[in-house]
Design a protein around this ligand. Structure first.
Ligand SMILES: C[C@H](O)[C@H](O)[C@H]1CNC2=NC(N)=NC(=O)C2=N1
Length: 103
């Protein structure tokens, strides 16, 4: 069981997402898809994200396609709502995306 985390309200979400171009809110999750030139670039980014997730103790749902990776994250311990933990993970993912060739 993680510590209790408070869901962000809509205004807080709208404000924070301004710093995350390409990310959207859908079904109470933060979402983004990245495209790559090659499958292995997308697969390598999955592993890098897994490393960050283990460091943060917070985990997204990752969907790996041929040349696309989709990230969706909310906070299970906050009733499946969006919290600051989701934005923290999203920011870390954004920081590494370009280095993997993700657009
Ligand atoms: C104990 C551990 O930190 C918790 O189970 C974490 C793990 N990763 C998690 N990830 C997400 N997305 N939501 C959570 O509530 C969550 N809880």
């Amino acid at each position: 069981m993680g510590a209790q985390v408070v869901p962000l309200d809509d205004a807080e979400i709208e404000d924070r997402i301004l710093d995350l171009p390409g990310w959207t809110v859908d079904e109470d999750r933060l979402n983004r898809s990245y495209r790559f030139d090659r499958h292995f670039q997308a697969a390598a980014m999955v592993l890098h994200i897994a490393q960050i997730q283990e460091e943060l103790g917070h985990h997204a749902e990752l969907t790996l396609g041929y040349n696309q990776l989709t990230v969706a994250v909310n906070t299970h311990s906050a009733g499946g709502r969006i919290t600051h933990l989701d934005f923290g993970l999203a920011r870390r993912i954004e920081e590494i995306a370009a280095g993997h060739g993700g657009l």
